[in-house]
Design a protein around this ligand. Sequence first.
Ligand code: TPP
Ligand code: MG
Length: 406
Amino acid sequence: MDHEANMKVVSPEQGGMLASESRRGFLKLAALTGAVAAVSGHRALANGDIGYHAKDLSDDKLVELYRTILKIRWHERTQADQMLTNPDYRGYNHFYAGQEAVATGVCATLRNSGPFDQIDLVYSSHRPSGHAIAKGVDIPKMCAENDFRATGLNGGYAAEMHLSDPSVGFIGADGMIGPAPVIASGSAFAFRARESDQVAVVFAGDGNYAAPHFHSTLNNAKLLDLPLIYVMENNLYHQYAHYSYSCPHKDIADAAAAYGIPSRVVDGQDVLQVYNAAKEAVDRARAGGGPSFIEAKTYRYYNHWGAPGAKAGELGAFGYDPLAITSFRPEREVRAWMQRDPVDIARKILVDWGVLDSARAIEIEAEIKAEIKDAFAWASEQPLCTPEDGLKHVFAEGTVPARQFG
Ligand SMILES: Cc1ncc(C[n+]2csc(CCOP(=O)(O)OP(=O)(O)O)c2C)c(N)n1
Ligand SMILES: [Mg+2]
């Protein structure tokens, strides 16, 4: 494939020529690396043999990717600040900051609006805010939900770990490690049975490898040729343990090969690498080609849960986490990953390609920051759930007609 011919030309007036050249060089190298990997193994680390689908994205769509990454980022930062500074704030989160490009790149390849029997479904994890935003949930209502407000997305019942919005195909968060992939494969089975071209995506962390559900899901998805895309977000840790404690593979994608499932390992910090792999997987699933596995190498900037170790107004958490018995990851490791930040990488691509200039990129970030600030402000004015609300949806209300099975 001639990647160079597909590159956008950046005019010198836009100041992008040098950067564009370096990106071109990178892509050439990536294509070469991919070609080598394709010969030597079942998958590629770079874009090479995935197909550079991102070349077909319109400028508007590229800007939308950047906006989505920023929405997730500022949601996380704003919520962390709320947790650190506002004693009245009840919400909490397993923060997704650092991993934004994964949810964004995957969901950009999906059908996110339309009738329920036509849109693609996303099954999330205990770290759902990024997946939810990328799938298109209403952010103010999500903020209200996370603070247990009665007008939140799920009436204040769900909060972060049970967040859902079927109207956009966000089937929901899941506090348990393991079941979501199984349930997602059930949806994929239904799509196949109905001869629908919908796909089901499950996002799962590296901690899932050790759960039996991981293996049974992959085995059944392959045996039944299900339109399932398993997105493994390998952020190196589950809670406070490195993934090598519970998984013998350096690349968890190697496990997918054992089940006969095509897999890719991508740089989860680069939204276009994620997009390319996801597009390939979605195209395969829609065409009846069965499941795919994507391992995105990524990192979370905050500690496992909440904001311990973080400071208001600053991104990330460093050093000792009082919830962990030991300081489980070196500060330098966190800072090294922050040097490959998904926001910076997305912005650089757009500027290099002449889609935006730096000034406009900064303006967009300010717009998103304000939008998220407004979402939290709206949520904070919403009514709280009452104790009586706790009994809603527990018992059937009114007269229930007698019903027989069969
Ligand atoms: C069945 C089950 N066991 C244990 C837990 C406690 N727990 C919550 S998150 C987590 C680690 C998850 O790690 P990973 O899958 O890598 O996701 P990450 O937190 O890194 O995004 C564990 C063990 C749980 N929620 N469910
Ligand atoms: Mg993890």
